[in-house]
Unconditional design. Structure first.
Lengths: 346, 115
């Protein structure tokens, strides 16, 4: 038996990211789902969604993280949330906040279990956010946040994708979130979806990466749900993930039912199956793509002293930048510390 | 004799895995891996009864699980280890302990550890 229980393969994902719609009212510069928006319109209908919820419950998946598109633009979405709760699933919704109104917030509060909300906002200042998420969105998003605060919504966070243009506002962003009673969540900018085209302009510089790493070390209360473990300083070793959970602890279901290891690898090369054709449990257990993913570990990283805290970093970043999921994360802390040329290319 | 039963709070999910139990705190999204073997059985994924249940080794396969009550005054190595494990899970907010009626059923099992 492996020394660490967390190294033992799980029978099912801990959580599943479900991109429940491709419809969105914003066109963010770094949107990871931009390619989904352009795909054909064959979203799972409510009956198919219920079937998937039943399967998630049968698998005993703990949590569904809904994303999109903008999930609340789907007319049957609150009904779907209610069904998830009925079947024992915890729900979290990533929303751009612009469609929140009194009626919707009241509906969410009336559900039998809490819905955790992550509201996307990409800066502490209007001009910073609006450059990434669209003109006027800062004010619209904060209206939604204001509503949540007014209704004393019990658990929500403001989520910022950290880029070159907003990294200097992280501390102010945290202050803004606190003023509304929200937690602060920072997400890593990755070169997938629209992020591929925006990568050169928005990626963090070497100095910014190092400063962000130091900041995260000083602020363990700030949430970093996904993939900052490549930059995780020693102080945060117990604060979150220490390895990529794709195909092991999580996977993603696209609007049409396609299944991928993670939202940042929703690429045909990583298509593991479709829930319209096979149960998610079968795809998760038997898909060759997932099996390959579980065995993958960058050989070059094994001798690194940081291997226990990052296990090679984010395969999606490695795939898009180094064209191999088996390569080391090019933005890992050791690489950033060692490679002064990172600054030169920016 | 005073016994304690252990309940899984509303904000915690737990399921069986090959090594024992996997706990998920929905508030912090923190996972806790528990090497409990077959000794403990989580409550049903959906339903009102949130009690963690103890699997009776003497009954062998198919034995009826009973409430996971620990008579703390009875000292055996397994019982002590299991009590320590459950106490640890209570301290982490993953279980809630409350007094229960005495459960005379003996138990045994791999008490496990948490990570």
């Amino acid at each position: 038996m492996p020394a660490r229980l967390s190294d033992i393969p799980l029978k099912a994902p801990v959580n599943v990211t479900w991109e429940v719609t491709r419809v969105c009212n914003l066109r963010c510069a770094h949107c990871l789902s931009a390619e989904l928006r352009a795909a054909s319109d064959d979203e799972l209908d409510l009956a198919a969604c219920r079937t998937l919820v039943d399967e998630l419950a049968r698998m005993e998946v703990f949590q569904v993280n809904f994303g999109g598109g903008e999930p609340f633009l789907r007319e049957d979405f609150v009904e779907l949330l209610a069904y998830c709760h009925e079947r024992g699933l915890t729900t979290c919704v990533s929303t751009n906040g612009t469609v929140l109104d009194d009626d919707l917030v009241a509906q969410l509060l009336a559900l039998s279990a809490p819905v955790y909300l992550q509201v996307s906002l990409d800066g502490a200042r209007p001009e910073t956010n609006d450059a990434l998420r669209g003109t006027g969105t800062f004010a619209r998003i904060l209206q939604g946040v204001e509503l949540l605060a007014t209704h004393r919504y019990p658990d929500f966070s403001l989520n910022m994708v950290v880029t070159r243009v907003n990294v200097g506002e992280v501390a102010d962003f945290d202050g803004l979130a606190r003023r509304y009673g929200a937690k602060t969540r920072l997400s890593r900018f990755r070169p997938s979806g629209a992020g591929c085209g925006a990568w050169a302009d928005l990626r963090l510089t070497r100095r910014q990466l190092l400063e962000l790493s130091a900041f995260l070390g000083e602020h363990p209360e700030i949430l970093t749900g996904d993939s900052f473990f490549a930059l995780t300083p020693a102080e945060r070793r117990t604060a979150g993930l220490t390895r990529c959970g794709a195909a092991k602890m999580t996977c993603v279901v696209a609007p049409d039912g396609s299944v991928f290891p993670c939202a940042f690898l929703s690429d045909p090369a990583f298509l593991a199956g479709n829930v319209r054709i096979a149960p998610l449990s079968t795809i998760f257990r038997d898909s060759p793509v997932f099996r390959r993913f579980r065995e993958m570990e960058p050989a070059a990283c094994r001798s690194c002293d940081r291997f226990p805290v990052c296990h090679g970093g984010c395969p999606a970043v490695a795939y898009f930048l180094a064209h191999s999921t088996g390569a080391a994360d090019p933005e890992c802390l050791r690489a950033v510390e060692a490679d002064a040329t990172l600054e030169e290319v920016l | 004799m005073e016994s304690i039963e252990y309940l899984v709070p509303d904000w915690v999910r737990v399921r069986r895995e090959s090594f024992g139990l996997l706990f998920y705190d929905t508030r912090s999204t923190r996972l806790t891996f528990v090497r409990s073997g077959d000794a403990l059985e989580p409550p049903a994924f959906v339903g009102g009864d949130r009690r963690l249940r103890l699997v009776m080794a003497e009954g062998g396969a198919g034995a009826t699980p009973g409430p996971a009550t620990v008579a703390v005054s009875r000292a055996t190595a397994d019982r002590t280890a299991l009590a320590r494990l459950l106490s640890d899970l209570v301290a982490k907010g993953l279980l809630v302990a409350r007094k229960a009626k005495p459960d005379p059923s003996p138990f045994s099992g791999d008490a496990g550890q948490t990570q």
